[in-house]
Design a binder for this molecule. Sequence first.
Ligand code: GUN
Length: 311
Amino acid sequence: MTAFHQVTARRGNIIDGAGYAKALRDRLAAHVANLKAAHGLTPCLTVVIVGEDPASQVYVKSKGEMTQAIGMESRTIRLPDTTSEDELLKIVDDLNRDPVVNGILVQLPLPKHMSSLKVIDAINPDKDVDGFHVINAGKLAVGLDGIVPCTPLGSLMLLKDAVAAHGDTLAGKSAVIVGRSNIVGKPMAQLLLNQDCTVTIAHSKTKNLAEVCQGADILVAAVGRPKFIAGDWVKDGAYVIDVGINRIEVATPEGPKGKLVGDVDFDGAKDRALAITPVPKGVGPMTIACLLNNTIKAFCLQNKLPVPEGV
Ligand code: GUN
């Protein structure tokens, strides 16, 4: 995880996540080409989607296209929402045993009649490219090398790069993460703790949330509520990572239109922040790039090959 894209990935204080992700994908494509040339093997990612959730369909399509674009093999298993949990567990078990499949991702959310914890638990941790399995969560918690969840990993890459561009480091900084999900909030806290930040996880029951946020040198918003973090909750000179992707309707002369916004009131925060991720084109593109990163890492570990530098 090197700061290879410093300064060029930024316009003013706006962090160019899309540009950083493209540079990362280019590096990963080179790794894939090298692996093919040296060993005649191609990493394979299989994504399983259950049901018709429109947002999930878009994400899964994009994951497949990006996987192919860097030269890896992409497989997608689409299942109807009438699929039983046992049927899904059997499919996961088959993928665990399939030597061609290096990475397994079961798209969340799952239909209500399934337990996502149970399904994630069934994935072989070595193929768990989401980094959601308790083995990978536990490795992160104790500082062992495992597979790190994609959104926090991508957020950390952007943050390290932005901090380094200001000639600074993360050590000793006060980091506040708003949101305590297993997918983002908790692993983000572990990553920042491993970087020697002083970490607070805030959530819906936190008292004086505005004040807590105002004390943050690093503010990570992962609540899933549009513009929930007001501009004046951001300390002057803070680094702001907005993980939220919320679709809202805005009035236009042509009628109401859909628009993507983050969890932070970007316009209110951008002149206070030293660096801030926009939505879209901030953290979002990093999530898929890091999924590809994790698949290459899983492939190398499974084939007892050295993991390429920076992966
Ligand atoms: N749904 C939304 N984000 C994610 C993710 O990162 N992984 C999986 N498996 N499902 C998701």
